[in-house]
Design a protein around this ligand. Sequence first.
Ligand code: PAF
Length: 281
Amino acid sequence: MQTVSTVKDLQALLNPLKEKNKSIGLVPTMGALHKGHLSLIQEAKKHCDIVVVSIFVNPTQFAPHEDLDQYPRPIEKDKLLLNDANVDILFTPTDIDIYPNGKINTTQIELPHLSTQLCGKTRPHFFKGVLMVVNRLFGIVQPTHAFFGEKDFQQLTVITHMVSDLHMPIQVIGCPIIREQDGLAMSSRNIYLSPQQRQNAQAIHHSMQTAKAQFAKGETSAQSLIATMSKILTDANFKIDYIQIIDPKTLADVDQVQPGTRIAIAAYQGTTRLIDNTSLL
Ligand code: PAF
């Protein structure tokens, strides 16, 4: 694996490969890698000749009161994992590489509808920042394919729309959520949880499984399924940000659940905000 930090060095590696028409898969990450990230890399290796992983803790997607400074940065451990996963190129840019003209008066992409629902309500800065960084990473790497986890379902939806709206020649591939044995979705933020909170956290998956079982038995009222999930989460000491049952394309709430409708949850265990989602079959 080759590790580069500047745009110039990265492009010097990629340009000859592009001239040979190699397909380039980009897996954008913020580091603190886990099996979820490794599954994206595996998928990228299936589709692409060359796999580039970026590690950049993007400041513009954090609000001032959020965990930017605290966000885990185990770079040496990450490098070992990426090496073992046979990644071709690791790109570790700094702020100046990604935001050469600063982070304030700089080009932004707005996606008003999709990015203001669900997580966009309580984290209005988040998708603005994600679109800023992903757009820049796409511009720098010019990948043929890009890989994102379905755990951040809204992020995947928003990025897929940006690529389609702006006619970017990139295939965006969403990859399934990877879970711990008790069902908790893998996340770099799970390490913030105390042992008790970690135990409580399995309630998110349990609540979604319960809703799925009720739907399988014939319950189609979104309100009723949300009430069931809400009780399970509250009993496990969660502070709920949202539990919504949505159309997977528009992200709009539905009243009556159908196969393919999605449950989306964001909830706090202590100060740690966890998100998850699943499709009702
Ligand atoms: O999902 C993430 O880790 C980040 O939001 C991303 C896509 C790498 C952008 O910073």
